[in-house]
Design a protein around this ligand. Structure first.
Ligand SMILES: Nc1ncnc2c1ncn2[C@@H]1O[C@H](COP(=O)(O)OP(=O)(O)O)[C@@H](O)[C@H]1O
Ligand SMILES: [Mg+2]
Length: 241
């Protein structure tokens, strides 16, 4: 069974792309083939893993063109993000378009990770609907918490209407720095707002940031990065645990 997960939280700068890249690295390190679909017109995760934002990729795939994902590293391929994702053709697609294309193309990676953009509700919906699970990174910022609630609401609504989309989601408290009081109170607000939702942690780690500027998967940049145990917890959950 392919694991497919969309990573989104309406707000920018909450660590969506960093988590997408780090999870890709975690699964690749486990020897599993990963396809990243970068739905951000800025192509941050594409760049962070050594790809070329704006190269033929996610937009062309969405437009139904023949396209082979770019192999960036052992076990990690990508459909690159770029400005073409803002094109009229992409904006007029039905919410289930990406989901249908993935099953039509019989892309057969073991893990599909979809990195969602911050500002486009349309692209966000295309990506969410295409995935069977979702991760919602949050930081201690009111817009991040309201963004998380919107995504959770969208998933709940689709599930309620029995439409295709994620069957479950989890929160990821992102860029945690336990010295900051804000982070401690975030945990409390999240368990009040989302009492039933599993919540994981993804700490602030300089290796995560540097691996992206060095354009290397985390396990190549720093095989002993401190976040691997946290990524493993998320990986086990995505595996159905
Ligand atoms: N766990 C982390 N540890 C260190 N830096 C991080 C971590 N997560 C994100 N960052 C940094 O924070 C910035 C914003 O993260 P990013 O993943 O691009 O956010 P988003 O995709 O939500 O806009 C980036 O510079 C990224 O390298
Ligand atoms: Mg991003």
């Amino acid at each position: 069974m392919t694991i497919s997960v969309a990573i989104g939280c309406r707000k920018g700068g909450v660590g969506k792309s960093a988590l997408s890249a780090a999870l890709a690295s975690y699964f690749a390190r486990e020897g599993r083939s990963v396809l990243l679909i970068d739905l951000d017109p800025q192509g941050n995760v594409t760049f962070g893993l050594g790809g070329e934002p704006g190269a033929r990729g996610a937009a062309e795939f969405l437009k139904g063109e023949e396209i082979i994902p770019t192999l960036l590293h052992d076990h990690i391929s990508i459909l690159a993000g770029g400005p073409e994702l803002n094109s009229v053709e992409v904006s007029s697609l039905e919410p289930e378009a990406l989901r249908d294309l993935i099953s039509d193309h019989q892309l057969a990676p073991e893990v599909i990770i979809i990195d969602l953009p911050p500002y486009s509700e349309h692209l966000e919906r295309l990506g969410l609907v295409a995935a069977d699970q979702a991760l919602i990174p949050v930081i201690a910022h009111p817009f991040a918490i309201s963004g998380a609630a919107r995504i959770a609401g969208l998933i709940d609504a689709r599930r309620h209407r029995q439409r295709p989309g994620p069957s479950r989601y989890a929160l990821v408290q992102s860029m945690i720095d336990l010295r900051r009081n804000l982070d401690k109170t975030l945990q409390e607000s999240l368990s009040e707002l989302f009492p039933e939702t599993p919540t994981f942690g993804f700490r602030q780690d300089i290796s995560v940031a540097y691996s992206l500027t060095e354009q290397l998967p985390l396990h190549v940049f720093d095989p002993r990065a401190k976040v691997f145990p946290e990524l493993e917890e998320i990986g086990v959950w995505l595996n159905g645990g």
